[in-house]
Write a protein that binds this ligand. Structure first.
Ligand code: ZN
Length: 215
């Protein structure tokens, strides 16, 4: 783990990464070690825009480590999901970045699929964002009426909405979709693909092409 310093045993999130030199420097003692600098690609979006489907089709087809950032919520035992819920957002997002930078040490970029990290302004306010030479974003978006229709059509939506599952909250999810669309309008490092009228295959192709252009 590059945040641990074998020279002084400090573990610091504010290590100094030099992406050109490929080094990381311990802020406690100044020791410098080799660092594999890799970009991070984030494929994000609100509920019912096709992230999970795109993940399933793209994983294994690109020369990158493709991961699901929402894995913690889906952990079948439930203990991890419960504990993860109690972790503050900032720590959760910082841990995602730490984990992806750590995976990058094996020499390939990471593509993270999920709702986490999609808020670029919040992501890049974290010290851990400095572990990457760049972070680029692709948000899958759709028309809010179509998104609401898709959410309500999901198996188990009624019960999930009643029990307060975030994915089933139509108002919150359409608001998140609108925020992703605004980010794509405002930022050069933020793209979107509107799949309101697209087939699943077209969405998968668009996501795969976007990733391959950046590798
Ligand atoms: Zn040190």
């Amino acid at each position: 783990m590059f945040t641990f310093c074998p020279d002084c045993s400090a573990t610091r999130r504010d290590v100094s990464v030099d992406h050109d030199a490929g080094t990381v420097t311990c802020p406690a003692c100044g020791a410098t070690r080799q660092y594999e600098s890799q970009p991070l690609l984030v494929v994000t979006g609100a509920s019912a825009v096709g992230k999970t489907t795109a993940y399933r089709e793209v994983v294994g087809t690109v020369d990158a480590v493709v991961v699901e950032s929402d894995l913690y919520w889906l952990e079948p035992r439930g203990d991890v999901a419960t504990a993860w819920r109690s972790v503050p957002d900032e720590s959760r997002h910082g841990f995602h970045l730490l984990r992806y930078a750590s995976l990058g040490q094996s020499g390939r970029p990471v593509v993270a699929f999920g709702s986490a990290l999609g808020d670029a302004e919040r992501t890049e306010s974290l010290a851990e964002a400095d572990y990457f030479p760049c972070i680029e974003y692709l948000a899958l978006v759709c028309d809010p009426d179509e998104q609401a229709r898709r959410i309500r059509a999901r198996p188990g939506w009624d019960g999930a909405a009643d029990s307060g599952e975030p994915w089933a909250d139509v108002d919150a999810q359409t608001a998140a979709n609108e925020r992703f669309r605004r980010l794509a309008d405002d930022r050069a490092d933020y793209d979107s693909f509107d799949n309101t009228d697209a087939t699943v295959d077209e969405t998968v192709t668009a996501v795969g092409d976007w990733i391959r252009r950046r590798l």
